[in-house]
Design a protein. Sequence first.
Length: 169
Amino acid sequence: MKSNVGFRGWFYFRMGWSTYFAFILAAINTLTVTYFLAIDNYPALKIIFPSFGQYIVIIMVLGIPLLIVVGYAHYKKTMAFKSEIDVLLESNPIVRRNTVNTDVNIRFSLKLIELILKLSKNTISEKEFNGIKKFHTEISELIKNRSLDDDLDIDYINEKLRKKSDDML
């Protein structure tokens, strides 16, 4: 890890630049250019946006909600984000390996639970046995019924988070 400090620094620089610095500069540049090159030279637009400050406020009031909707659509309503993740999975061997390892670990764990249940039928309490059996059934059903195209995984996560927050109350 230490031998690639330069590349790690380059990565952090690019992320800082593209995510924060370039974003802010691009927004300022776009607002300035559009106002002073377009709106300032057209009297009809000057009536709608009499000053640069008012232009910024109007654009922010309209633009921020619009961009939130576009971002939401990108992640939730279009195939764009799924395609990005597909490319990441195809091109990144670490993500691919983690995905496969997770699936293998879940299936292996289920087999271990089955063996534990067989071996411990008379050695643990009925309550513990039923708890393990219930967990095994729950995970087995989840794995059997889910796919990458449905919402069973997120429903499972939300259920566990809701249960955890209810337990905390």
